[in-house]
Design a protein around this ligand. Structure first.
Ligand code: BGC
Length: 260
């Protein structure tokens, strides 16, 4: 299947590392012009932009803290000017906030996870939809997690944020469908990125992790990027208001392959 996104403008939040970088590369490889959002490490965003341009693509790095409404509005204005109105928004930026049992947790850290992971996608989707609805075209892909569905002790802010983005996805999809705009979510399982490096780089952590993955391997960034590129394309023109799990079967509860 040949996916052609040429002429499309894509914005990837948190595009300068991990899943975001892979998604930005995948979209560019299919011909999209890509805006790489970042909030820290401008040098990695610029390096990625340089590498996309070296391959003949069009790309820009755009700074914004996605939890800041004014910064998000300014970023969309910048993309309008430099590449054109956004056709594809990938809400990828996110943090896990670190492990804290709720009763011991710091309120500020809890709220920060919600601000970045849930308020951020809302703010970016709001700006994107303002541009997409009038043009009757556009796709928003929200990166959630298996933890939109699987509880995770110590990560109540993270799981709540991801479950929230799942319902945000479905509600925005309902609002936008009459205008030909699709809103979908991709839920990655355990993917080899910096966010969980402490687990997969530790032999005991990796062994435990693999017991949770029926396909018996940790996911790679390309596993997610390929799905996002497909969902952003017209080949997926009948897919909206749903979450696609890309998790090696993690949500199939492998512990139930025995006993029960
Ligand atoms: C988290 C990873 C974790 C994975 C599976 C993701 O949402 O960011 O740290 O390995 O879920 O539990």
């Amino acid at each position: 299947m040949q996916i052609d996104l040429s002429g499309k403008v894509a914005l990837v939040t948190g595009g300068n590392s991990g899943l975001g970088e892979g998604i930005a590369r995948g979209l560019a490889a299919s011909g999209a012009k890509v805006a790489v959002n970042y909030v820290t490490h401008p040098e990695t965003a610029e390096a990625l932009v340089g590498s996309l341009k070296a391959k003949g693509g069009q790309a820009v790095a755009v700074l914004a803290d996605v939890s800041d409404p004014a910064a998000v509005a300014a970023m969309f204005g910048q993309v309008d000017q430099q590449l054109g109105p956004v056709d594809i928004l990938v809400n990828n930026a996110g943090i896990d906030g670190g492990r804290q049992l709720a009763w011991e947790s710091d309120i500020g850290s809890w709220q920060r996870v919600i601000s970045i992971n849930l308020v951020g996608p809302y703010l970016c989707a709001r700006e994107a939809l303002q541009r997409m609805v009038g043009r009757k075209s556009g796709v928003i892909v929200n990166i959630t997690s298996v933890h939109e569905r699987i509880a995770w002790s110590g990560y109540s802010a993270y799981t709540a944020s991801k479950a929230g983005v799942s319902m945000l996805t479905q509600t925005l999809a309902q609002e936008a469908a009459p205008y030909g705009v699709r809103v979908v979510a991709v839920a990655p399982g355990a993917i080899r990125t910096p966010i969980n490096q402490n687990v997969w780089s530790d032999p005991a952590g990796l062994k435990d992790l693999l017991t949770k993955i029926p396909l018996g391997r940790i996911g790679e960034v390309e596993d997610i990027a390929q799905m996002v590129v497909f969902l952003a394309s017209d080949q997926a023109s009948y897919v909206t208001a749903t979450t696609v799990y890309v998790d090696g079967g993690m949500t199939d509860y492998p512990d139930f392959s025995h006993g029960g």
